[in-house]
Write a protein that binds this ligand. Structure first.
Ligand code: AMP
Length: 114
């Protein structure tokens, strides 16, 4: 896949408010937050969409969710709750084609989402 905005953030070519990093995952605050806490967890390995992930990538994907829950616990809002969302392609509302897990917290979430 081609380079994306998030690839540039991984390489530190453009700035981001990074809150978490390990060998496989980077997390930074969304530039247009939709909740008091809105952080994007991304795999350092680039996949355009969820449709591009294969069984070989299951460990990286497990790590993505574990990084989000570990960070939520460390921040102290895990027990109150939060929402993790991954948008896929046009109808899913995806705008950046490097997979990212939105973590939203700090307010009551609603269902169904818009
Ligand atoms: P999605 O619509 O699911 O693809 O989400 C893309 C998200 O990336 C949106 O919530 C944007 O606000 C966010 N975003 C776009 N550019 C940046 C940036 N430079 N730094 C942080 N978040 C960004």
């Amino acid at each position: 896949m081609g380079d994306t905005l998030f690839g540039k953030i991984i390489r530190r070519d453009i700035p981001a408010d990074i809150v978490y990093e390990d060998d496989d995952v980077l997390a930074f605050r969304d530039i247009n937050p939709q909740a008091p806490v809105h952080v994007l967890f991304i795999p350092k390995k680039a996949f355009a969409t969820l449709n591009d992930v294969s069984a070989d990538d299951a460990i990286v994907f497990g790590k993505l969710f574990l990084a989000a829950s570990t960070w939520a616990k460390a921040q102290g809002f895990a027990d109150n709750g939060y929402r993790c969302v991954m948008n896929c392609n046009k109808d899913g509302g995806q705008t950046v084609y490097h997979i990212h897990l939105h973590l939203l917290a700090g307010r009551q979430m609603h269902w169904p989402p818009g």
